[in-house]
Write a new protein. Structure first.
Length: 444
């Protein structure tokens, strides 16, 4: 680590710029692979798992049971944030990120090998739960490190929103790849998709992990971490320290994410169960629609990050939260028409309001924490929202629909999430274009 530290602090301008670009690429590709793994599970849950692992249940109950296992991954994410946040602030962003990538990839690969209920009964669901937990731990540690790896290489204060939005780009890229893989093997295997076709995209995870490791091993750790190490300012227990010193920032960050987290998993996971079960449209139709939506996000996420550098992080984020809250009613109004063109339009447009929040979100949260506690603090704030917003969202949506038999009940849920996000964001400080060197709040 000492050699890497010295190198990061003594680079000429041209080499520093080259490292910045490599860090952005490494972060973006790494998060793409991690989110491919995570979203692959999300997509297959709505299409397959209720049938294979809970075949004796009523279809609606089976869907609830499958989404319960899905939610376990979100409960595990704060655990990953605490574990890898500690090591990311202690031994470096790069080392923690290599570990998260390996954990996520191996857990995803093993999902492909889990026997069904017909082979080993309920133990198949138990094994899925364990592997989903490991996925959650891996992705829980990934986000903070990938954002910091790119953002902390930036020497200017004016472009942090744009730079930090690129690891966020890994979400639509991972979603695109996951849905593309499922679509491809759905077409290849046809009616056999439920039997064996769904397993192939999980097996491919190991290939993607090998690519990600190759890229991440070739970069240096960030200058911010290097300076902290050189000045002997690394915390012995950063996770504990950030909870003691910046608890409000952790809570506000989690609250701010509510309208980004919950609706996103309604738009990209619950929609498969709702579309095939209630609207009676084909899984391939839904997969293509989500693919197109994720392609739009390739533009809207970095553009929203860029806008936040111009008009302010908090302002951009609150505009996005309000838009999400209102769009929920438009979304279900279009879906419930039953018209294929309008269903397609609803799904394609669904991620744009989300991206208005997700683009500036990385910088908004990471800027809120001092450098020596930034990996731990930003990871905890980000991942806590997974427990009460992201993970339960498909379960809550399914329960609301079962109770009220209307998508509008789910739209009201989305609106409540938006109100919570606006309040949480309003309580955060805005560091847009301000210096966030590791010393900015040494008294914290």
């Amino acid at each position: 680590m000492a050699t890497s530290t010295a190198a990061a602090l003594s680079l000429p301008e041209a080499e520093h710029h080259r490292q910045l670009k490599r860090a952005i690429v490494a972060s973006t590709i790494g998060t793409t692979i991690e989110w491919y793994d995570f979203f692959l599970y999300s997509t297959v849950t709505g299409l397959v798992f209720a049938k294979l692992y809970f075949p004796k249940s009523d279809p609606l109950v089976g869907t609830l049971e499958a989404f319960s296992i899905y939610a376990v991954g979100f409960l595990a994410r704060p655990v990953g944030a605490a574990i890898f946040g500690h090591y990311g602030d202690r031994i470096g962003r790069k080392s923690a990120l290599i570990a998260t990538l390996m954990l996520m990839g191996i857990a995803t690969f093993l999902v492909a090998l889990v026997p069904t209920y017909a082979s080993i009964g309920i133990w198949g669901a138990v094994i899925l739960t364990i592997l989903r937990s490991l996925q959650g731990v891996g992705v829980g540690g990934e986000w903070g490190g990938s954002v910091l790896l790119s953002m902390e290489w930036a020497r200017t204060n004016q472009h942090r929103g744009f730079i930090a939005s690129w690891p966020q780009f890994g979400v639509p890229a991972g979603l695109f790849l996951a849905n593309l893989a499922v679509l491809a093997f759905s077409a290849l295997s046809g009616p056999e998709f439920v039997t064996w076709g769904w397993r192939i995209p999980f097996l491919l995870s190991l290939v993607l992990v090998a690519v990600g490791l190759y890229i991440r091993l070739g970069i240096l750790d960030t200058p911010t971490f290097a300076r902290l190490a050189e000045r002997n300012k690394l915390e012995r227990a950063p996770t504990v320290e950030v909870i003691k010193r910046q608890p409000k920032e952790i809570i506000y960050s989690a609250l701010a994410r509510t309208a980004e987290q919950a609706p996103f998993y309604i738009f990209t996971a619950f929609v498969f169960a709702y579309g095939t079960g209630t609207l009676k449209v084909s899984r391939n139709f839904l997969l293509i629609a989500v693919l197109v939506a994720s392609m739009l996000s390739f533009f809207t996420i970095p553009f929203s990050g860029h806008l936040s550098d111009r008009i302010g992080r908090k302002r951009m984020y609150i505009i996005g939260a309000v838009t999400v809250g209102l769009f929920g009613f438009v979304y279900f109004a279009l879906l419930d028409t039953g018209v294929h063109a309008l269903i397609f339009l609803a799904i394609v447009l669904s991620l744009i309001p989300h991206d208005m929040m997700y683009g500036p979100q990385a910088a908004l949260i990471a800027e809120s924490f001092t450098g020596r506690l930034r990996y731990s603090g930003s990871s905890l704030g980000y991942q806590l929202a997974s427990v009460f917003a992201g993970g339960p969202a498909p379960l809550i949506a399914t329960t609301l629909f079962a109770a009220y038999h209307s998508g509008y009940a789910i739209a009201w849920y989305v609106l409540i999430c938006a109100v919570i996000s606006v309040l949480g964001t309003a309580l955060l400080k805005d560091y847009t274009n301000k210096d966030i060197a590791e010393e900015y709040d040494e008294g914290a």
